[in-house]
Design a protein around this ligand. Structure first.
Ligand code: AQP
Length: 334
């Protein structure tokens, strides 16, 4: 399979949505493919953010990713702003990206509606994403459903650049969407998302998970404990499918339909199963947090490996686009 690239914003620790929708796939993919995974801090500044916390959130995201199973021996893990070519290629791609395509992106429309003053960075976010992926000439981008439209735009950007400057130079990447394509938040309505405050963090303690699940929305038709429910419309049932063994999933469905269990009993079992999956991740995260230098070294080594590929791509991009070479470039090619 082609090279794999994916990114994640430095929102501190991972939540269950991006863990199930993206990172679990990444952990599997690194076993068989050449993978680049990136903490995309330049994306994080396209919305209001806390300057004081950006670096600690980036560090914490690295800890979460490593604790979830990314192995620096098997993949390249790095921070976007440590490889300068990402923003350089994004600027290049601005010159082939139609404004209308950016304006019709669903995520731009959603997020811009929630803001009084919309920043150009939010509009151009998918151009930087295209640069992130194409800098490494990656052909596969494992993402959740919300990012599929951006990957389609990436393909168009690659096509437009190729047709003008270099046929076949950039691949047209494919989105790889796993089975947990869209995890809903605890409100049971919207995508699980940090900005909506409807998440379960992967480092949440057992009791914290229970406190979050207790008020979570279930089948709205189940008002009393004796009302039979429909697991297919219950968001917690879909979480059971992700976290509980098949026999429990089957038992949950049966006891929901027959009102054999109340929603609280069902939630208790789910809370225990989520806590059990996250317990080893929490333990590894605590260990990594106590060794900050080790985490920084992993990120630096990852950036070093990424820079080699990124520099080679940009050098050829500049050449194909007709830029005057630097003196150093001229010397090394003669
Ligand atoms: N709820 C989700 N279900 C499935 N996949 C998801 N992803 C995120 N949320 C879900 C996938 O996780 C990867 C990283 O995404 P990101 O860094 O763009 O995270 P995000 O979507 O910005 O995370 P938030 O918390 O949802 O941020 P805000 O609040 O800014 O919208 C992507 O592959 C994404 O598809």
């Amino acid at each position: 399979m082609a090279r794999v690239f994916s990114g994640i914003q430095p929102s501190g620790e991972l939540h269950t949505g991006n863990y199930l929708g993206a990172v679990k796939n990444w952990v599997d993919l690194q076993e068989k493919h050449e993978c680049f995974f990136c903490i995309v801090d330049y994306h994080a500044i396209t919305q209001d953010y806390d300057v004081e916390q950006l670096s600690s959130r980036t560090f914490d995201m690295a800890v979460s990713l490593l604790a979830s199973g990314l192995d620096p021996e098997k993949c390249v893990l790095f921070v976007q702003s440590h490889v300068l070519e990402h923003t350089e290629l994004a600027w290049v791609f601005m010159s082939v990206t139609p404004l209308g395509e950016l304006e019709r992106m669903t995520q731009f429309k959603d997020k811009s509606q929630r803001q009084e003053s919309v920043l150009a960075g939010l509009l151009n976010y998918p151009v930087l994403q295209a640069a992130d992926v194409l800098l490494y000439k990656a052909g596969v981008v494992p993402v959740g459903e919300d990012q599929v439209q951006h990957v389609e735009l990436m393909r168009e950007i690659a096509r437009k650049w190729n047709s003008r400057y270099g046929r076949g130079f950039f691949p047209e990447p494919d989105a790889l969407v796993g089975p947990a394509r869209r995890i809903l938040g605890l409100d049971g309505q919207a995508k699980m998302s940090k900005s909506l405050g409807n998440t379960i963090g992967i480092l949440d303690e057992e009791d914290g998970i229970w406190q979050l699940l207790r008020p979570a929305v279930t089948d709205p038709a189940r008002v009393r404990k004796t009302d039979p429910g429909d697991p297919e419309v219950c968001n917690l049932y879909s979480l059971h499918r992700q976290f509980s063994p098949p026999a429990t999933v089957e038992e949950v469905a049966r006891k929901c339909r027959s009102a054999g269990w109340g929603c609280l009993e069902c939630k208790r079992v789910l809370a225990d199963n989520i806590a059990a999956e996250f317990a080893p991740i929490r333990a590894r995260a605590a260990e990594l947090k106590s060794q900050p230098e080790r985490v920084r070294d992993i990120l630096e080594a990852g950036a070093e490996r990424a820079r080699v590929v990124a520099r080679a791509t940009m050098r050829e991009v500049r050449e194909r686009m007709g830029f005057l070479q630097t003196a150093a470039e001229t010397t090394s090619t003669t």
